[in-house]
Structure formats: C-alpha cells, structure tokens
Design a protein around this ligand. Structure first.
Ligand code: NDP
Length: 249
C-alpha cells in the first residue's frame, strides 16, 4: 500500500463506518495517523476500529451526529482527551434523499443540507481553534461531481455539495495565514452502499460517460485524501480535486 507519512498525526474522519470514509480511515491509519472514527451507529464503527487496531494502527470509535454542533464539539473534545491534538479533519459523512423538486419534501431538503453542508461547517468550526493553537492543520471536505454538474432528482444533494465547494474556498482564504489548508475532493461514481442501490443497467450507462470506463473504488478517493492530509500537500489550499475517471473535465 502506498503510504504518505502521517506518523504522529491525529485525524477525525466522519462517516468512517463504511464506504469511502472506512477506506480513508484504514489508509490513514496505515500511514501512521491515530484516528477518531465517527458515525451515528456503533456496530459497524467498532468493526472498523477493530480492523485498524488489529493491523497495528490506532483508532477509536466516537459516536456522533455531524449535523449537530454540540455533538461535533463533543467528538473533538473526546479526540483531544485521548490524543491531545487534532491535525486532520475529513468531513466525509453524507447522505442522499432523492426526489424531483415538485415532490421534494421540506424535511428531505433539510436533512441533506444539515448533514452534508452544515456537517462540514460544524466540523470546520469545531476544530479550527485547536488547529490554530497547533499552528496548522489539514481539512478535507468530500463533495461530489453532482455539486459541479447537477443531477435531476438530486437538487438537495447537488446544492449541498456545491455549497461545500464555496465553504472550502472561503475558509481556505480565512485560515491560510494560520497554516490550515482546506481542500475538497469530488468523487464521481464510487462503488459503496450509497451507489449499491443502482440497477446494473444504470451502472452500465454511467460507465459510458466515464473515459476510464469503470466506476471508482473507495481506495481511489482515499489515495488522494491521504496525500492532501500529508506534508507533501502543504502548498495546496482552496482547491477541488475530481476523482471520477475523467467524467468531469
Ligand atoms: P455511505 O452511505 O456508504 O456512508 C456514509 C457514512 O456517513 C456512514 O458511515 C454513515 O454512518 C455516516 N453518516 C451519515 N450521516 C451521518 C451523520 N449525521 N453523522 C455522522 N455520520 C453520518 O456513503 P459513501 O461512502 O458512498 O459516501 C461518503 C461521502 O462521499 C459522502 O459525503 C458522499 O456524498 C460522497 N460521495 C459519494 C459518492 C459515491 O459514488 N459513493 C460519489 C460522490 C460523493 P451512520 O449512518 O452510522 O451515521
């Protein structure tokens, strides 16, 4: 496994119980970082914790809801109590609640905005003071190609992911002088539980719009996130990087 040097670093990764977040956690732990694994449900999170600790890494499950600022502050407090610092935040937790606009219910709009967009705001706000004290930090927000190109039936999701790109740029401008870098990663179609519901013929159609001719794997995203979290990426901030097989260019 390719490893960037994250030895001595402490990372909070939201949505770490499955899919992309789980893979980011496993790879970052392999690079030497200590990981707070965040999700709402304990069971799957504990399996990831066990996998990492069994492989010789250090991880701790922290139950929390990113859409709630108090809950995110508690995630940060628990991380600092255990490891005394936070160097890396990966805002990865996200959901979809698809519907066409005329049928979309207010709560479908609200829950997607609260978890996907406000969740990133909560995370950035909750770690910033600690990172300023540490004189540096890395924040990586997981957006989506859908935030760039839109998608019928996903106006809430698309708006939340486009919002993350704006949030990334503004906070990168605010916190650059504090040596805190903030970047976004925009995956295309990645094979996880979120996309597992798609019919095979839909997946085949997607493939025709992807120059590299395949759907992505969580590892494809995790590779880039580990780089952005490392010292090697210290002169990169405010950017959005696509991991989409060339789907958007
Ligand atoms: P999954 O549905 O597989 O996993 C989502 C994770 O987020 C789970 O660990 C879930 O755990 C957690 N989560 C959801 N809501 C909350 C919450 N309120 N607080 C804390 N944790 C929460 O998603 P993926 O791995 O597929 O996607 C990860 C990210 O990548 C998302 O932001 C998604 O939008 C983005 N993305 C995914 C793409 C894909 O093709 N898969 C493409 C583009 C972007 P729990 O339910 O226990 O809380």
């Amino acid at each position: 496994m390719q490893c960037y040097n994250l030895v001595g670093k402490v990372a909070i990764i939201t949505g770490a119980s499955r899919g992309i977040g789980k893979e980011i956690a496993i790879q970052m732990a392999a690079c030497g970082a200590k990981i707070s694994l965040v999700a709402r449900n304990q069971k799957k999170l504990d399996v990831v914790q066990e996998t990492i600790n069994h492989a010789g890494g250090e991880a701790k499950s922290v139950i929390g809801d990113v859409s709630n600022f108090e809950s995110f502050s508690e995630i940060v407090s628990q991380t600092i109590n255990k490891w005394r610092q936070v160097d890396i935040l990966v805002n990865n937790a996200g959901i979809t609640q698809d519907n066409i606009i005329i049928r979309m219910k207010e709560d479908e709009w609200d829950s997607v905005m609260d978890i996907n967009l406000k969740g990133c705001f909560n995370g950035i706000k909750a770690v910033t003071r600690q990172m300023m004290k540490n004189k540096g930090g890395r924040i990586i927000n997981i957006t989506s190609v859908i935030g760039q190109i839109g998608n019928a039936g996903q106006s809430n999701y698309s708006a939340s992911k486009a919002g993350i790109i704006g949030l990334t740029k503004s906070t990168a401008k605010e916190l650059g002088s504090r040596n805190i870098t903030i970047n976004a990663v925009a995956p295309g179609y990645i094979l996880t539980e979120m996309t597992a519901l798609l019919d095979d013929d839909v997946k085949e159609t997607f493939k025709t719009s992807i120059p590299l001719g395949r759907l992505g794997k969580p590892k494809d995203v995790a590779n880039l996130v580990c780089f952005l979290a490392s010292e090697d990426a210290s002169y990169i901030t405010g950017q959005t990087f696509n991991v989409d097989g060339g789907m958007v260019m």
